[in-house]
Design a protein around this ligand. Sequence first.
Ligand code: ATP
Length: 274
Amino acid sequence: MSLVLTGVGLSLGAARVLDDVSLAVAEGSFTALLGPNGSGKSSLLRTVFRAQRPDRGRILLDGDDVWRLSAAEAARRTGVLLQEQHAGFEFTVAETVAQGRTPHLKPFDRFGRADQAIVDEVLDRTGLRSFAHRRLAELSGGERQRVLLARALAQRPKLLVLDEPTNHLDIRHQLEFLELVRGLGVTVLAALHGLEIAATYADAVVVLHGGRVAAAGTPAGTLTEPTLRGVFGVESTVDTDPVTGRPRFALRPACVCPRLACHWSCARRSVDAG
Ligand SMILES: Nc1ncnc2c1ncn2[C@@H]1O[C@H](COP(=O)(O)OP(=O)(O)OP(=O)(O)O)[C@@H](O)[C@H]1O
């Protein structure tokens, strides 16, 4: 399922949070949304999964305006995983994953064999089968996050919206989580903070700055030294990882004292010295 945003704008109070945002996420691709704190990533995702109506612009899922779909139809198409998501700790893993089928059940429908087959398949695919009867209260934060991903997958969404989904995971589990997501074949739009992670897993990157799109394209085309300086305010050396062929970053704080001694041989200092 493709996702297209055209001219999306959002004001909250006096703040212009999103300003004329246009982007396209190709069917089956993984697009990473990057940007500094407060650049509008979560707000943009909220307009996509119908938690926040934009003031202007359109959001099209396979050509259908998400804000004109019924809430139930939108929920069937879009799975959501947030960084701080409520999970009923008293439920078991299997019960939690089964909740993902709710948007597909009509009033008075019973959870049927087909639903159970989907839950079983998702438990296997996410490696949670042996946890099925444990309560969420008995799991680590990383394991719980995997369960919430499984719940979103049981929905059989065409679009998966992830808001910093790996924040509480250690590095191995971050990588495993993103490997799993990338292997799903589902269209993914994910707000991420890690440049390396985004560069390694994303097919495309959209960089937000002050609620506007500052750069969009391939990881190598967007995550450049000038963009990292202009958007994130950091100096960097970007080269290509010989194993993955993806961009790799050495980051330094931006030099704010060009006339004083600086720890880092940053670009600004060499320009001044020259
Ligand atoms: N309800 C609100 N009222 C006013 N301003 C808001 C509201 N919600 C968010 N904002 C502002 O909108 C801007 C974008 O916030 P948003 O959470 O989308 O950024 P973000 O890029 O996801 O940030 P972070 O990386 O810190 O999670 C911020 O300046 C924030 O203060």
